[in-house]
Ligand binder design. Structure first.
Ligand code: 13P
Length: 256
C-alpha cells in the first residue's frame, strides 16, 4: 500500500491549531484508509493529544526523530522505547537534522536499528545537496547514505522500513525534482537495498519521494512505477491541500 506521510517539522506552535489541522486531515484521510496509508508526524509535544484524535481512525502517528538508547543520561532526547506502542512510525536522518544538527550516517544507522527493535516503522531519509547534484554525484551520495544507514539492518526489517529520497535542493524551495531524476534515484535505492539485504527486501522496502510535493505535482511522482508514496512538508500544514494529495495518491494506486 502507498504511504503518504505528513512531516509537520517544527509547526504549528499552538496546540489548538495542531488539533484543528489533524481533524481536517482526518475528515478526508479516513475515507481512503483502505487504499493509502496516511501517517502524521507532529512535533513531540503534540503527539499525545493527536494520538487521542487519531485513535481507531486507521491514520497512523509518527515521531520526527528518536535517540538510539533506551533510557539514561541523555538530556533532551526521546527514546524509541518511549514511543513504542503508540507511535507507529519514526522519521530518521532527515536532512534538516543532518545539516542543521550535524547528524551523521553512523547516528542514523544506530537510530534506525533502535527504532526497528522497538517495533516501529522507520522512514529513513536520504538526499543530495545542490552542489552534489550539480557535480553529478547524487548517485554516490545517496548510495553512501543508504549503505551506511542500513548498516545494522537485515531482511527481516524490510517490511517496516521506508526510504525517502528527499533532495535537499527540493525541500521547501517550491522546486520539486524532475520525476525522471526521482525515478532513477528511487531505482538506485532499491538496487542498493537489494545488494545489502537481499532481493526480497528490495521488493518489500517502500521508497518515497519528498521535496516540494503539493496537490499539483503529486501525481507525477506517485505514478512512477517504483514510487510507494510521498513525504510531504509544507503542503501537509494545509489540511485541504494535504487531503488532496492523499486523494490523488488513492486514485493513482487504485488504477494500478
Ligand atoms: P517540503 O514538502 O516543505 O519541501 O518538505 C519536504 C520534507 O522535508 C519532508 O520531510
Amino acid at each position: 500500500m502507498p504511504l503518504v506521510a505528513a512531516n509537520w517539522k517544527m509547526n504549528p506552535n499552538d496546540a489548538g491549531d495542531a488539533l484543528d489541522l489533524v481533524r481536517g486531515v482526518l475528515s478526508v484521510a479516513r475515507g481512503h484508509a483502505d487504499r493509502v496509508e496516511v501517517a502524521i508526524f507532529p512535533p513531540f509535544p503534540w503527539l499525545l493529544s493527536i494520538s487521542e484524535v487519531l485513535a481507531e481512525s486507521g491514520v497512523k502517528l509518527g515521531a520526527q526523530d528518536c535517540f538510539w538508547e533506551t533510557s539514561g543520561a541523555y538530556t533532551g532526547e526521546v527514546s524509541p522505547a518511549m514511543l513504542k506502542g503508540w507511535c507507529d512510525w519514526v522519521i530518521i536522518g532527515h536532512s534538516e537534522r543532518r545539516i542543521v544538527l550535524g547528524e551523521t550516517d553512523e547516528m542514523v544507522a544506530k537510530k534506525t536499528v533502535a527504532a526497528l527493535g522497538c517495533d516501529m516503522g522507520v522512514i529513513m531519509c536520504v538526499g543530495d545537496r545542490i552542489e552534489q547534484y550539480e557535480a553529478g554525484s547524487s548517485d554516490q551520495v545517496v548510495e553512501a547514505q543508504v549503505t551506511a544507514g542500513l548498516a545494522n539492518c537485515s531482511a527481516d526489517d524490510s517490511a517496516r522500513l521506508v526510504i525517502a529520497y528527499e533532495p535537499v535542493w527540493a525541500i521547501g524551495t517550491g522546486k520539486s525534482a524532475d520525476p525522471e531524476h526521482a525515478y532513477r534515484t528511487m531505482r538506485l535505492i532499491r538496487r542498493v537495498v537489494g545488494d545489502l539485504i537481499g532481493a526480497g527486501a528490495a521488493k518489500k522496502v517502500r521508497v518515497l519521494y519528498g521535496g516540494s510535493v503539493n496537490s499539483s505535482n503529486v501525481e507525477s511522482f506517485v505514478e512512477l512505477p517504483l514510487c510507494d508514496g510521498v513525504l510531504v512538508g509544507g503542503a501537509s500544514l494545509d489540511a485541504a491541500e494535504f487531503a488532496h494529495i492523499v486523494k490523488v495518491t488513492a486514485e493513482v494506486y487504485g488504477h494500478r
